[in-house]
Write a new protein. Structure first.
Ligand code: 9MR
Length: 354
């Protein structure tokens, strides 16, 4: 018992005393980002203050997806993007674009029209990307050009995608080429989940990347979403990061969070192994966050460190609870917007000597 109290209290005290005056962005050697849903976000002063204090890169969690932008043919809704872009400019933050093409956010009208008139889809792809990327040329620093083009596991191209169904895998390279034509300076990413743990999936992504590089398809980065669980081994993460970094491309941890419970990646719904978060779990999570940053810093060469972005930064608003209908505590800040040991672990990972 005494040993347990010691094990918990000492590191907790250490984490807290270490971190009283930390601003993440000021101690980080690379940009630190978070996603936000701009409307509820701007209404919450405490959230905005925290975001400004700790982050210098911002991603939209939802508002920049195709189904939000082109709800009807020919009608673009830019208002929310303009709001988030203004926020980024005013607060001197890097604006990251998530995402141009994703099967999941392709609106129904696009899917229907593509099935009626398959030749139209490529024209639409070009028109949509050209319109969107040119509007924010020089403003949006980098884009997730294509998101999740591979199956959840195993490494096959994702079949249930209107893009693949009609255009085959060529839609991916076309999307990169169209985006690059309009904004040659934008950093263009392929973004996916589970590539930090599923080596078959990662290998397929890397095969695609190497083919792109050989043929001059303008890809500049790989986004590891990095939605991880406590039990994903560090060795596997280190191995996959190294393989990806060996391409020489930018590496973005684009949607980072660390959960305790498990969920099915193919559909909603989770398995709640843990109903409550205890001190021991908090410290284990702090260590995992620390390990993750240390791996990023030591494995990915400095000039390829595009940054670490969190998919939301507090447990109260995390997408995990809504999306999988389960409880969890994946973020750096808790339900009351106070920093968790995870925050201090992450900070230590940013600053400790390698
Ligand atoms: O967190 C996002 C959630 O609010 C949206 O409802 C959902 C569908 O658009 O997308 C979630 O974000 C996903 C991201 O865009 C791509 N990678 C997985 C993220 C979590 O599902």
């Amino acid at each position: 018992m005494i040993r347990l109290i010691f094990l918990i209290l000492v590191p907790t005290f250490f984490f807290h005393s270490f971190g009283q005056n930390i601003n993440l962005k000021d101690i980080s050697p690379f940009p630190i980002g978070t996603s936000v849903r701009i409307q509820p976000f701007l209404k919450d002063k405490k959230l905005v203050d925290l975001q400004k204090r700790h982050f210098n890169s911002i991603t939209s969690g939802n508002d920049m997806k195709m189904y939000e932008i082109i709800k009807k043919e020919g009608v673009y809704y830019w208002d929310r993007i303009d709001t988030i872009v203004n926020y980024a400019k005013t607060n001197n933050q890097r604006m990251f674009g998530h995402n141009l093409i994703w099967h999941f956010s392709t609106p129904r009208w696009v899917r229907n029209k593509a099935r009626e008139n398959p030749a139209w889809l490529d024209k639409f792809l070009k028109e949509y990307i050209t319109e969107y990327v040119s509007r924010y040329k020089g403003v949006i620093h980098g884009w997730d050009v294509v998101n999740e083009a591979f199956e959840a596991s195993g490494g096959e191209y994702r079949k249930e995608s209107i893009w693949y169904e009609i255009m085959g895998k060529e839609y991916i390279e076309k999307a990169f080429r169209y985006a690059h034509e309009v904004d040659p300076d934008a950093i263009l990413f392929y973004n996916d989940f589970n590539i930090e743990r599923d080596t078959s999936k990662l290998n397929s992504v890397l095969e695609m990347v190497s083919d792109f590089k050989k043929r001059g398809v303008p890809i500049s980065g790989i986004g590891f979403q990095m939605h991880i669980r406590m039990d994903i081994p560090n060795e596997v993460i280190a191995y996959t990061l190294k393989k990806a970094a060996d391409t020489g491309l930018q590496i973005h941890l684009s949607e980072t969070d660390i959960i305790f419970n498990i969920h099915d990646d193919n559909k909603g719904g989770g398995v709640e192994r843990y109903k409550e978060l205890n001190e021991e779990m908090k410290l284990a999570q702090a260590k995992k966050y620390k390990d993750l940053v240390l791996m990023y810093r030591s494995i990915v060469p400095k000039e390829q460190q595009y940054g670490i972005t969190f998919w939301g930064f507090n447990d109260r608003d995390t997408w995990i609870r809504r999306f999988f209908n389960m409880n969890d505590w994946p973020c750096l800040f808790d339900d009351n917007l106070n920093p968790k040991p995870a925050f201090y672990g992450f900070s230590q990972g940013l600053t400790s000597e390698l």
